[in-house]
Design a protein. Structure first.
Length: 546
């Protein structure tokens, strides 16, 4: 069998492993289900083209075995009479349609065209003939792959059948290694810069493959197999936004300058530290507070911080909660090759995906640590499968890792954090991950009045100014009370301060008007630091500007 021979003769060990695993899944499925009750969902895309040839190889190898009882026809030739379903829509690319039909003819597939949506089409199909299993070219990383295994029953509400996903664990690179090594034909669109194909309305060539040629106005694209980072395979597909707490769409966009300093809305972040030692009190966490200041300095609201144990479930539970509650989660600690370094595994668990070797990350680690940390022993190169993006920067010896809206910082102290932070916010870098929002401005007042005396008026103020964060703190029980007004609108803060309904007969007044963060000195501030005279001298106001 030409496919089998081509892979076995290649010296790509990884491809061979992936191939053998996929063939194993196919053969188990062919042994489990009656051949006439199995269908192959084929749409002419690259993943289903890979699957077609794996099925042919698996079928051929299965038939070679003397004792099989699955009812597979015994004549072996190029023809492959597997039931094949294609959901055709008017919005399909003509190139996809013609490739699908031509391929079906070449290999003798028994193709059935379905012109209904997936669910109704499958309902009709199952009514018409028994169908117990359907082969799909779904891969981890496809939006619909989350939670799926190689054998996954159809979802509740869908007609009952087994979804068989032999290439679930294949990467983009594996797909192209297979197609090029086995030299099988694939749809021509992949040679024109398309890397993942949906409909004519939502798919364009992948901009990362664009060859800029100033002499002609027409854009040219390199072929899909040259895409350097397979995680960006869907960059040519219209993005489906994941819900964001501020209703403002996803924060991140690959390859785009995302400085957005005019934005007056606020994005929220949570900061999670992982470390038993912090919980024991043995180590004082300085990265967390520093990160909070940095986020605040670029206009982000940190709405939650937590310290969790070095334990997969503790990490998973916290990440699971925060990734949906806030726009971005920052997590640090518990990252490395030690037994206690469980952060990545916890993140994988929170997303319901497996840990899998990441070749690119492994390459970076190999440069850094040489042979000490390679091959199977390199636990650090295991990353959550299908959701991981590497954030490159020339200042970083090893890229930062992002799993959807969770950013993993490897910083163990404030100096290391400085470097990683700068890489994240640097807008010119194409991996820039943080949108710079309009900075917060704040005003701080100090009073010697007791809490009992200020309580009611401050509560009243909070009701009147829900857009301003009005907070109170004191550095000692006997010392002055400090009242802070934090928001994005200078004028509103001034109004709130002026509206402070103060009791009479109380102590001195001080106020300070500033942006409390020092990390970014170019931010808009309300005034200068230092003590200023009280704006009112009627003897009634009892707060001083700080
Ligand atoms: C044969 C087949 C079986 C499917 N089974 C399911 C299923 O059990 N549950 C489900 O939610 N979606 C199912 N889908 C839909 C896919 O998950 C997904 O929505 C589809 O591939 C469209 O992806 P797209 O929206 O990216 O084009 C199935 C699709 C096909 C073709
Ligand atoms: N219109 C369709 N008809 C039949 N099967 C489909 C259709 N759309 C998707 N599928 C099934 O779902 C799988 C995943 O679809 P997906 O679009 O991600 O992959 P692909 O089309 O094979 O490759 P690409 O990612 O390059 O578009 C396909 O491999 C195929 O098995
Ligand atoms: Mg795909």
């Amino acid at each position: 069998m030409e496919i089998d021979r081509a892979i076995r003769e290649s010296d790509d060990k990884r491809l061979k492993t992936k191939y053998n695993n996929a063939i194993y899944v196919i053969q188990r499925a062919l042994a489990l289900y009656k051949f006439e009750e199995v269908a192959f969902s084929f749409n002419g895309g690259k993943d289903s083209t890979v699957l077609l040839h794996l099925l042919r190889a698996g079928y051929f190898l299965h038939k070679e075995k003397p004792d099989h009882s699955s009812g597979i026809p015994t004549n072996c030739d190029l023809k492959f009479p597997l039931r094949t379903i294609y959901f055709e829509t008017p919005s399909a690319f003509p190139e996809i349609n013609s490739f699908t039909y031509k391929t079906a003819e070449t290999y003798g597939l028994q193709i059935e065209i379905i012109r209904l949506d997936f669910k109704s089409g499958l309902e009709a199909l199952l009514m018409e003939k028994p169908t117990t299993a359907i082969f799909l070219g779904t891969r981890i990383g496809d939006p619909n792959a989350v939670g799926q295994e190689q054998f996954s029953p159809s979802s509740p509400g869908w007609p009952p059948f087994m979804r068989v996903n032999p290439i679930l664990d294949w990467s983009y690179r594996d797909v192209w290694a297979f197609l090029l090594t086995s030299k099988v034909p694939y749809c021509s669109l992949y040679d024109q810069g398309y890397t993942s194909i949906g409909s004519i309305y939502d798919t364009v060539p992948n901009a990362l493959l664009c060859i800029s040629d100033s002499s002609c106005s027409k854009e040219n694209f390199r072929p899909a197999y040259l895409l350097p980072d397979g995680r960006l395979e869907r960059a040519g597909r219209a993005k489906k936004c994941y819900p964001s707490a501020c209703g403002d769409g996803p924060v991140l966009s690959n390859g785009l300058n995302n400085v957005d300093s005019h934005q007056t809305s606020t994005l929220t972040a949570s900061v999670i530290a992982v470390g038993d030692e912090i919980l024991f009190g043995t180590v004082e966490d300085q990265v967390g507070p520093s990160l909070c200041r940095k986020l605040h300095s670029i206009g982000w609201a940190v709405s939650h911080t937590a310290v969790v144990r070095n334990d997969i479930d503790s990490v998973a539970e916290e990440v699971e909660r925060q990734k949906s509650a806030t726009d971005m989660v920052f997590i640090f600690g518990g990252f490395g090759p030690l037994h206690s370094d469980v952060t990545m595994a916890g993140i994988a668990k929170s997303f319901g995906v497996r840990m899998a070797p990441d070749e690119e990350f492994e390459e970076y680690l190999r440069h850094l640590t040489g042979d000490q940390c390679t091959g199977d022993r390199n636990e650090m190169a295991q990353l959550p499968e299908g959701i991981t993006e590497l954030l490159h920067h020339e200042m970083l010896p090893v890229p930062l890792i992002k799993c959807q809206n969770v950013i993993i910082l490897s910083a163990t102290n404030v100096t290391e954090l400085e470097v990683q932070w700068d890489c994240l916010v640097e807008s010119k870098n194409c991996s820039s991950q943080l949108r710079l929002m309009a900075p917060f401005v704040s005003k701080h007042l100090s009073t010697t009045l007791s809490d009992v005396k200020t309580a009611r008026c401050l509560s009243q103020l909070c009701l009147e100014f829900p857009d301003i964060r009005i907070g109170c703190y004191r550095k000692s029980r006997m010392g002055p009370q400090i009242v802070s007004f934090v928001g994005k609108d200078h004028a509103r803060i001034e109004l709130a301060v002026q509206a402070l309904p103060l009791p009479t007969n109380s102590g001195p007044l001080k106020s300070k008007l500033d942006n409390p963060t020092t990390a970014h000195s170019n931010h808009n501030v309300l005034g200068t630091r230092g003590f200023a005279p009280c704006p009112d001298s009627d003897g009634k106001r009892r707060f001083l500007n700080l």
